[in-house]
Design a protein around this ligand. Structure first.
Ligand SMILES: [Zn+2]
Length: 327
């Protein structure tokens, strides 16, 4: 059993299958080796070296083949029909056409991906795949002899930059107000909410402002506070109070208490359920011993045994959680 599992493990580390002779050598080496870890490290080295040699020859090494390419006699070549779609995508995106519109156009033309309209993620994956430019980096190696160039380096860089920009642009619009709904005004005790303003130079300024003043017009005199200033002030105060030994001890004690309460609660419930099933099983077995047996009793017996087994498993899981508790 172990040897079979071990052999499967060897196989998956290489995409190439062993010839029979190699199988025997690999298998014997594996069985004789004192240190499995050493062996597998060595094998992995060999596989890597093999892959590197394959790369140097410019041969396809397996793995996912990007859309628009196909393999002919171990060499990657352009699959013209699909390549046309890849070029279309790069062309559209560089002209500012959205991915959504692009997909709609392709779908209308009956160009699908695995029988369905392209998913936006698939398109973004294509737009970000370095291999189309003819060269890609692996570790500190630049490999330029495997994938024929499908997109000009210039277009590729432009599109790539645009994809990156849009990706990050979306995020930067939304600022995170750490203290939103967590702070109250010291003057009128209304919540403090987010406020933005634009400076004369176009720079966006972010603040926290009392809702009493912002919306209720309750005459509160609290001025708005710059977001960064208040967040830093509060964060520092929290860190300060947490690092005081006494409160750190209290925090840890409280976490431990809550955790063990949750777990004990679960364990108790499972244990109760298990004793109920145990009792039912005992009663049933007694009944069967006394000669009461039918299809129904047999089925019930199997059901109960299954439930008992599941509960035992859950109890084990619950106990193992307790075992790795915070220390
Ligand atoms: Zn106020």
């Amino acid at each position: 059993m172990l040897s079979e599992a071990a052999f499967n493990m060897i196989c998956v580390t290489s995409s190439r299958s062993f010839s029979d002779g190699m199988y025997l050598i690999a298998f014997k080496t594996f069985c004789n080796s004192k240190s499995v870890k050493y062996y597998s490290a060595e094998l992995s080295q060999k596989v890597k070296r093999g892959m590197r040699e394959t790369r140097l020859k410019g041969l396809y090494q397996g793995g996912g083949l990007p859309y628009g390419y196909k393999v002919v006699e171990r060499k990657v070549v352009i699959d013209e029909t699909k390549a046309e779609t890849v070029r279309f995508m790069y062309d559209c995106y560089s002209k500012g056409v959205t991915v959504k519109t692009m997909i709609a156009e392709l779908t209308a033309k009956g160009i699908l991906y695995k029988g369905k309209p392209f998913a936006p993620n698939t398109v973004y994956g294509i737009l970000g795949n370095e291999k189309y430019s003819g060269a890609y980096t692996k570790g500190d190696e630049i490999i330029d002899n495997i994938y024929p160039q499908l997109i000009s380096t210039d277009t590729y860089s432009k599109v790539r930059a645009k994809v990156e920009k849009n990706k990050f642009g979306k995020r930067s619009i939304k600022a995170v107000y750490l203290l939103r709904h967590k702070v109250k005004c010291g003057y009128c005790s209304r919540p403090i909410s987010a406020e933005t303003g634009t400076a004369r130079n176009g720079e966006v300024k972010r603040y926290y402002k009392c809702i009493g003043r912002k919306k209720d017009n309750n005459g509160c005199i609290k001025t708005q506070i710059p977001k960064d200033f208040l967040e830093e002030f509060v964060t520092n105060a929290i860190v300060q109070s947490m690092t005081e030994t006494q409160s750190l001890d209290n925090i840890v004690a409280e976490i431990m208490r809550r955790q063990s309460k949750d777990e004990n609660g679960n364990l108790k419930m499972l244990a109760n359920e298990k004793s109920r099933i145990d009792r039912a099983l005992n009663n049933l077995v007694t009944a069967i011993e006394n000669g009461i047996t039918s299809n129904t009793t047999n089925k019930r017996l199997l059901d109960l045994e299954k439930q008992q087994e599941q509960l035992e498993r859950q109890i084990l899981i619950e106990r193992s959680k307790t075992a790795v508790k915070l220390t």
